[in-house]
Design a protein around this ligand. Structure first.
Ligand code: PLP
Length: 400
């Protein structure tokens, strides 16, 4: 027998629908060069420091004296120490090395963390949302059955211009809450005070927050928390999921880490021990070569190179945001995240706007409604492209 929950999943047509529309357009208009501001993947190469660290690690693998086989399931201490002293200690956050679990990226752990949580738990997500949070809960049976508006056991918390993209606290109890800040897809952030409301809710309700900090490195402004542990009490209610994918272009290399504080106890059992047990059974660690590459991000050269690439992307974001705003579009995000969330002109749906930009400007975007019903009337633009492509896209939109 199969896991019937998989049959409940709606086929995700979003990116395949986009790809089909782009293919059809290219067939109709051969020779048009299409600019993609659609996909959330990075384009700039890895920092040189990471490349050098990987070359060195490969050479170590070539000699008996320095060869490494299976590593610790939780990750090497050289990387865990670098994380503590570079990402947490400077923000006044105390972490023990065994609260850090090196992963092959945040997406895996977003889904895997559900292994150690009851399938009876209720779930809350924002709408629009990164689809992994919803689909992984459907797969495990935690979503219940589908209802007219969504899922029996998943509460969708709408975010849009109407509430300034700040999700309202639920009026009822929710067991597991996913928060992603800076946010994909909207590119918006929560201030320290706004995130504190959620930590206080979770502490009051005995809920668990799964905090996705994949875009933390893009934060430019003070007062925006990089880690949920900047909020007092978060060690008692939150797991943090981090990734080098967007920070340092590791989307193809695969490395991230998950923080499970020791205070985090449910049903009298520390989650840290459960997660450790789960990892030791189902995960054999991220490759040594990859962890050396990640460690190099924290060297002075690595930091400088990472910062240059992020500055490059954030300049794209600034150009898109300011130029589109000057043309009269309402735009959100893009100040502390590499995404721009553009409100479509009155009466235009997400897909109509997508089609217009594709057919009349040769630009690929992502329709907001693909991330949830409250994304209707928006499109997402990414700042992960080449500068010249951003500039050309802006000129084409100006001519529309
Ligand atoms: C890109 C992204 C991640 C990172 O995924 P990896 O598996 O680490 O590549 C996590 N969460 C969100 C919301 C993302 O957009």
């Amino acid at each position: 027998m199969i896991n019937q929950n998989f049959l409940k999943l709606q086929s995700s047509y979003l990116f395949s629908d986009i790809a089909r529309k782009v293919r059809e357009f290219k067939a109709q208009s051969p020779g048009t060069d299409v600019i993609s501001l659609g996909i959330g993947d990075v384009t700039q190469p890895l920092p040189q420091a990471c490349i050098e660290a990987m070359h060195k690690a490969v050479d170590e693998m070539a000699r008996t004296e320095t060869f490494r086989g299976y590593g610790p399931e939780q990750g090497y201490d050289f990387l865990r120490s670098a994380i503590v002293s570079n990402n947490y200690e400077p923000r006044g956050i105390r972490l023990d090395l065994d609260e850090i679990f090196i992963s092959d990226g945040a997406k895996s752990d977003c889904g895997n963390i559900g292994d150690i949580l009851s399938t009876q738990c209720s779930v809350g997500v924002t709408d629009p949302v990164y689809p992994v949070y919803v689909d992984s809960n459907i797969m495990s049976g935690r979503a219940g059955s589908q209802t007219a508006g969504g899922w029996e056991r998943i509460t969708f918390l709408p975010v849009s211009a109407e509430n300034h993209f700040i999700p309202a606290l639920p009026r009822k109890h929710i067991d597991i809450i996913y928060l992603c800040y800076p946010n994909n897809p909207t590119g918006t952030v929560l201030t320290h005070e706004q995130l504190k409301e959620w930590v206080d809710y979770a502490l009051r309700e005995g809920s668990l927050i799964l905090f996705d900090a994949a875009y933390e490195a893009y934060i430019q402004h003070d007062g925006i928390p990089h880690s949920i542990y900047e909020i007092p009490g978060a060690r008692n209610c939150a797991v943090e999921l981090c990734s080098y994918s967007k920070t340092a272009g590791f989307t193809g290399i695969r490395c991230g880490y998950t923080i499970v504080p020791k205070e985090l106890t449910f049903d009298g059992t520390p989650l840290n021990a459960l997660w450790n047990r789960r990892q030791c059974t189902k995960f054999n660690g991220t490759s040594y070569i990859t962890q050396r590459a990640a460690e190099a991000i924290y060297t002075p050269e690595g930091k400088e190179q990472v910062s240059q690439t992020i500055t490059y992307y954030m300049e794209n974001a600034r150009l898109l945001r300011e130029q589109l705003h000057a043309m009269g579009y309402e735009v959100f995000g893009g100040t502390d995240a590499p995404y721009i969330w553009l409100k479509t002109p009155q009466g235009t749906s997400s897909w109509q706007m997508f089609d217009k930009l594709l057919h009349e400007a040769g630009i690929v975007t992502t329709p907001g409604v693909g991330f949830g019903p409250s994304g209707e009337g928006y499109i997402r633009l990414t700042a992960f492209g080449e500068r010249t492509d951003c500039q050309r896209a802006i000129e084409r939109i100006r001519k529309l």
